[in-house]
Write a protein that binds this ligand. Structure first.
Ligand SMILES: O=c1[nH]cnc2c1ncn2[C@@H]1O[C@H](COP(=O)(O)OP(=O)(O)O)[C@@H](O)[C@H]1O
Ligand SMILES: [Mg+2]
Length: 204
């Protein structure tokens, strides 16, 4: 799905208030930091509203499902990210199922599960992908994508970030995402790259 497949953005849309449609605090931090310059009022998901179940088989489907459901429910523009880690040695897994990998209950358990799967594996190549969708209550959508490639370590390093960050060293860097601040991770990360496109489109 490309950005062109979406209806054009209508300049009359009210973009002062935008709901960040995620229950993932790591994503909230990164989205707020990346979009600070736009002057939007980024609102968290109200506590009485829950995220829809992710029933799609692609990042695009899930991001659209999340953003559109929340935009329609609250009558406000909503921004959602669907993302995942694709590991070459695992044929691209866990990918769109990254949040549920191994049915683990926590990021730490998921990292341990991934390390187990890769034990003795020389090919540590992996890629993070993010699809960010900004949906409007009238059904309009904008879609942005980002990807970063790198290497998975044999043990975690760093306690910043979230998810698989402590295992992932992006190409050209020595530190894991888990050893970087939100500001340092942004220009390198899949989500940062997708949000940079959104920022550019709305700064014109
Ligand atoms: O920037 C990242 N760093 C580390 N892990 C990430 C990142 N982006 C996505 N992931 C992993 O992929 C999963 C993507 O989850 P998803 O986008 O379906 O929903 P979520 O918002 O409920 O976490 C995350 O839970 C995390 O495990
Ligand atoms: Mg998902």
């Amino acid at each position: 799905m490309t950005q062109e497949s979406y209806l054009p953005h209508d300049a009359t849309h009210d973009l002062k208030r935008v709901v960040v449609a995620t229950g993932n605090p790591g994503k909230v931090r990164e989205i707020a930091e990346a979009l600070a310059g736009l002057g939007w009022e980024l609102e968290p998901l109200p506590s009485n509203v829950s995220m829809p179940e992710e029933t799609g088989s692609t990042y695009e489907e899930n991001a659209a499902l999340k953003a559109c459901t929340i935009a329609a429910r609250l009558g406000l523009p909503a921004l959602a990210d669907d993302s995942g880690l694709e590991v070459d040695a695992l044929g691209g897994q866990p990918g769109v199922y990254s949040a549920r990998f191994g049915n683990c209950a926590s990021d730490t358990e998921r990292n341990t599960h991934l390390l187990e799967k890769l034990r003795g594996q020389k090919n540590r190549r992996a890629h993070f992908r993010s699809v960010v969708i900004l949906a409007y209550p009238d059904g309009d959508m904008e879609c942005y994508e980002g990807k970063v490639s790198g290497t998975l370590l044999e043990g975690p390093r760093g306690s910043q970030g979230f998810g698989y960050d402590p295992l992932f060293v992006p190409d050209g860097e020595e530190r894991t995402f888990g050893e970087m601040s939100v500001e340092e991770k942004r220009p390198l990360s899949h989500r940062g790259l997708a949000l940079r496109e959104l920022l550019a489109a709305h700064s014109e």
